[in-house]
Design a protein around this ligand. Structure first.
Ligand SMILES: Cc1cc2nc3c(=O)[nH]c(=O)nc-3n(C[C@H](O)[C@H](O)[C@H](O)COP(=O)(O)OP(=O)(O)OC[C@H]3O[C@@H](n4cnc5c(N)ncnc54)[C@H](O)[C@@H]3O)c2cc1C
Length: 148
């Protein structure tokens, strides 16, 4: 079925609202999703949700003793971020093995995790660093999060 609707919300609450319907594909950098859909390996759902304009998902900041990395942070950004370099050298090193500059500028950490390829370069460092994922939803009008 072809994509019938496209959204590019500018807030997390707006993005989660579109997800509530269920029949939606999330688009981040598109470096996995676009080649996979063109090759027929993935079928895009009725709604395409571009999350790249959501600022809440694009931050790297301290979080207690740890560091919070937004799903939209690209491989290029991770490689040069001072917090990542100070605390997660192994993640920055893995980024340095990742494809080409062109890919690094578009590919996001969240896309790498969600694509779940066994060859994903960022997965092993995240496992070694005991990384946690924070998942967000908006079940009844307010944004709810949980960690895994
Ligand atoms: C030429 C080429 C070379 C590559 N080289 C490498 C490499 O060296 N190492 C490597 O690890 N990978 C490589 N990749 C794969 C790809 O670039 C990475 O997996 C990248 O991190 C995917 O991120 P993205 O933002 O482009 O994801 P997208 O393509 O936008 O999304 C990937 C999947 O994750 C889902 N998704 C994305 N963000 C979210 C979110 N926040 N919440 C829920 N679901 C989400 C999408 O719906 C989709 O199913 C390469 C790809 C290409 C085309």
């Amino acid at each position: 079925m072809p994509v019938e609707q496209y959204w590019a919300p500018a807030s997390l609450a707006g993005a989660l609202e579109h997800l509530r319907g269920g029949d939606v594909t999330i688009l981040a950098g598109g470096t996995d999703l676009m080649p996979q859909s063109q090759a027929g390996r993935v079928t895009l759902r009725r709604g395409l949700l571009n999350i790249r304009r959501v600022p809440e998902l694009h931050r790297i900041e301290r979080d207690g003793a740890g560091v919070r990395v937004g799903t939209l942070c690209t491989v290029s950004e991770l490689m040069r971020d001072p917090l990542v370099l100070d605390h997660f050298g192994i993640l920055a090193e893995a980024c340095d093995h990742f494809a080409s500059d062109q890919l690094r500028n578009a590919a996001t950490i969240g896309g790498n995790v969600c694509n779940a390829s066994p060859a994903g370069d960022l997965l092993i460092p995240l496992l070694v660093l005991d990384g946690e994922a924070e998942l967000a939803s908006k079940p009844n009008g307010t944004v709810a999060t949980r960690r895994r």
